[in-house]
Design a protein around this ligand. Structure first.
Ligand SMILES: Nc1nc2c(ncn2[C@@H]2O[C@H](COP(=O)(O)OP(=O)(O)OP(=O)(O)O)[C@@H](O)[C@H]2O)c(=O)[nH]1
Ligand SMILES: [Mg+2]
Ligand SMILES: [Zn+2]
Length: 483
């Protein structure tokens, strides 16, 4: 995205007034919180006293960080039922499907998350790949090597958050939201189906657009095929990735279900996926990819807790006690149908990962931020698309965008009725409505004007973003969104 046309007027900053008496109580749940840092505004010097070293010396591999928090995000992408959720389970021990309607249909609908620690045996005689092993996020620092007769100790090398994307074609927007936080991706390809399937291509195109260059291809379900079939498919995969961003990616045959070759995947994650560079000293910016109200229905007003925002910190460090702002915040339309946004102000009461409570959070894996925000504002992912950060330091909110775009020349993998897979992408047209993904916000965008590869667009919902940010555009063709 290049430049902007119209900034949204941000109405007079004011803390959000909770709508109900219940919620008013929820906005002040401090009595329930034991952490003194959460009790009042704290000077910056004191806020950061929980860090193990000066801010500028923080590093994603610092043991104090690695032990508690995932510092990189790896996405699991690929066609429906190719084994994304199963491979995440094989690596992390966590089954990401938690919603009952997902369990019934056995497909992933929402983004799933699971953290895993990857270890390597410290005995130099312990051979690859068996010297690599993954555990869940709560595992101790130096477990014994389980290889019979080895006697070595495992050393923690990586702490990774897996973002398990849905493979179903109608859930492409969800997949793109997940892609916004990925540093690398595992592309799952089922060994017992011809390659590529439609979402194999679509997801690869999506991660290509997101400029994710670290990709590991997993040829899964290898237990279901004979060796010759696996080798033939290997050739098909090479053909499929030729000329794409995944051209030189490793291709690892695995059986996620039997846990076969998972150690090889761990080996490649450690040796082939670089530690993402993070800016720890920048003012913090977290994109919210889920939010919830942790209160059970019928909780006494006095015991209500503020809402929780879950997301990935792109840069900077968040500390318990810190004052925060969320943008765009609360969105309303005035009498003239103009959009007004009011940022939400709050304070961090707690920080946590699925397994661990944190005093501070660094960029990387998904974290939950416990806030003083009215929990009804956070209920069922209502904050998705918001950006959370230090007060007064967030990017502007925009409704009109000027973007420079390029359309993919081919519609990857689209099987049209006539079997013509090379159908050309039609030009963008004035008045056309596209789906726009910016950060974790997905919204509609109406094309106002097109000139060359520049396009002016008006969004259905405002976004908080920086000039120069990457965005993904999709258009509806035969009821499917294509980029
Ligand atoms: N035989 C065999 N079956 C597998 C393997 N991996 C996954 N499966 C099965 O394939 C089916 C789909 O697996 P999932 O992990 O849910 O697939 P997914 O890619 O997450 O599916 P969506 O999220 O709905 O796109 C399940 O019944 C798994 O048990 C494998 O390595 N071998
Ligand atoms: Mg799944
Ligand atoms: Zn060992």
């Amino acid at each position: 995205m290049e430049g902007q046309l119209e900034k949204l007027t941000i109405s007079e900053p004011q803390p959000v007034v909770p709508a109900t008496a219940e919620a008013a109580a929820a906005a002040e749940p401090e009595h329930a919180h034991p952490n003194p840092a959460a009790q009042g505004t704290i000077p910056e010097s004191e806020l950061y006293s929980v860090l193990p070293c000066p801010l500028s010396e923080l590093h994603p591999l610092l043991p104090e960080i690695l032990r508690k928090q995932a510092t990189q995000n790896i996405g699991c992408v690929g066609h429906v039922a190719h084994g994304k959720t199963t491979v995440v389970k094989a690596i992390s021990g966590v089954h990401t499907i938690k919603h009952s309607h997902e369990k019934i249909r056995n497909i992933t609908i929402k983004l799933g998350y699971a953290n895993a620690k990857i270890y390597k045996c410290d005995n130099p005689l312990c051979p690859r790949p068996g010297c690599y092993k993954s555990y869940g996020s709560g595992k101790e620092d130096n477990p014994m090597c389980l290889r019979p007769g080895c006697g070595g100790r495992m050393r923690l090398l990586r702490h990774i958050s897996f973002v398990d994307c849905p493979g179903h074609d109608i859930l492409m927007a969800t997949m793109l939201n997940g892609a916004a936080v990925m540093d690398a991706a595992l592309l799952l390809i089922a060994g017992n189906e011809p390659c590529p399937q439609p979402q194999t291509s679509e997801h690869l195109a999506a991660i290509e657009i997101m400029k994710l260059s670290h990709i590991i291809i997993i040829q899964n379900k290898i237990d279901l095929v004979k060796e010759a079939q696996a080798l033939a498919q290997y050739q098909d995969i090479l053909k499929f990735i030729k000329g794409t961003i995944a051209e030189n990616s490793p291709i690892i045959p695995v059986s996620a279900q039997l846990g076969y070759n998972i150690d090889v995947v761990c080996d490649y994650i450690v040796s082939k996926v670089p530690i993402p560079r993070r800016n720890f000293t920048a003012t913090p910016r977290l994109i919210v990819i889920r939010s919830f109200d942790v209160n059970k229905p019928g909780t006494d007003a006095m015991d209500l807790q503020g809402g929780v925002a879950g997301g990935s910190l792109l840069e900077g460090v968040l500390v318990v006690g810190q004052e925060i702002e969320l943008r765009p915040g609360i969105i309303v339309r005035d009498e003239q149908d103009r959009i007004k946004v009011t940022p939400i102000f709050s304070r961090i009461l707690s920080l946590h990962t699925e397994e661990n409570d944190l005093d501070f959070a660094v960029p990387g894996g998904l974290i939950g931020v416990g806030t003083k925000i009215d929990p009804t504002l956070c209920r069922s992912d209502r904050l998705v698309g918001e950006v959370l950060g230090a007060v007064g330091h967030l990017p502007e909110v925009y409704i009109d965008l000027e973007i420079s775009f390029f359309l993919l020349r081919r519609l990857l993998g689209v099987k049209t009725e006539g079997g013509d897979r090379q159908a050309k992408v039609a030009k963008l047209e004035r008045g056309e409505v596209l789906m726009v993904n910016i950060g974790s916000q997905s919204t509609g965008g109406k094309v106002l004007a097109v000139k060359g590869d520049l396009c002016k667009m008006q969004l259905t919902a405002p976004v908080c973003t920086n000039v120069g940010e990457k965005i993904a555009l999709s258009r509806k063709i035969d009821k499917h969104w294509r980029r």
